[in-house]
Design a protein around this ligand. Structure first.
Ligand code: NAP
Length: 267
């Protein structure tokens, strides 16, 4: 007999009836998160700068029981974020995943204001605006926010990520300060710190590195040799943790920063 008040695992992991907004869902980790959330029963709002990629993903997901809508948004543009929320404010999502991010390498002496602004606009300021809009739109109903930070926020390892690391540290700090103030209003706000995930983004970065900066190849070799699991992770291995954080499996977890990094931060 099932105890009163006891939820089954199937109930705990379910996102049935929920709507999730996932940024950067055209590729890599964001795409994997959208796929797992749809499998768990969530309808989706897919956001990316590249509309074709999210439209293709929407076509593959629409077969199930979930609604999927796509929105082309350049998250570096505050006005575009304002317009998005104006469009969706009547039915704001239950779950927000701030995943979109860029990780361009640059020598310290070559970083100029435009470069720094771009990294901060996409990686940190857009996350701030998206969290602000979500919390205002959901008011006293609460909701779930998952911010994708990085192991680089905690342990700078690769050369040339002088703007990326601080932007991701900002995401972590933002997550914790919002969790402190809004968890008593039915929000749960957490961060994931991926590391060493094999995605189109990291593969493109590796190609650029091979062409341009041989010194960074050494970083890659050193990364793998100090990585306890000695292998890269898959986007789906991050998506599974996102599903735990989005669902009632983690009903008492907020303000947390969870590494999904093959043990990198522990070694
Ligand atoms: P990815 O494969 O490059 O996917 C990121 C997606 O975001 C792409 O579809 C990209 O579109 C989109 N995007 C980029 N700029 C955008 C903008 N201004 N507006 C809207 N969408 C935009 O990246 P990923 O490796 O999956 O990384 C996802 C997140 O995890 C990032 O925040 C990253 O910093 C973080 N992370 C990843 C790793 C890893 O090992 N992969 C490690 C630590 C943290 P385009 O492709 O058209 O630019």
């Amino acid at each position: 007999m099932v105890k009163a008040g006891y939820s089954t695992l199937k109930e705990l992991i379910s996102l049935d009836g929920k709507v999730s907004l996932v940024t950067g869902s055209g590729s890599g980790i964001g795409k994997a998160i959208a796929e797992r959330f749809a499998e768990a029963g969530s309808s989706l709002m897919l956001i990316d700068i590249d509309k074709e990629k999210i439209d293709r993903l929407a076509d593959t997901l629409k077969g199930g029981n979930v609604d999927v809508s796509t929105y082309k948004v350049d998250l570096s543009d505050k006005k575009a974020i304002d317009n998005l929320w104006e469009e969706i404010s009547a039915n704001p999502p239950d779950i927000l995943v701030n995943n979109a991010g860029i990780y361009p390498f640059k020598k310290l002496e070559d970083v100029d204001e435009a470069f720094l602004d771009r990294v901060f606009d996409i990686n940190l300021k857009s996350v701030f605006w998206m969290c602000q809009k979500m919390i205002m739109a959901r008011n006293n109903r609460g909701g779930i926010i998952i911010n994708i930070s990085s192991i680089e926020a905690i342990l700078p390892f690769k050369n040339g990520l002088y703007s990326y690391g601080p932007s991701k540290w900002g995401v972590l700090s933002l997550t914790r300060s919002l969790a402190k103030d809004f968890s008593n209003k039915a929000f749960r706000i957490n961060a994931i710190l991926p590391g060493g995930i094999n995605t189109p983004g990291t593969r493109n970065a590796a190609k650029g590195v091979l062409k341009l900066q041989l010194g960074l190849i050494k970083d890659g070799v050193e990364f793998l040799s100090r990585l306890p699991m000695r292998r890269l992770g898959s986007p789906d291995e991050v998506a599974r943790i996102a599903l735990v954080l989005a669902s009632d499996l983690s009903s008492y977890v907020t303000g947390a920063a969870i590494p999904v990094d093959g043990g990198f931060l522990s070694a």
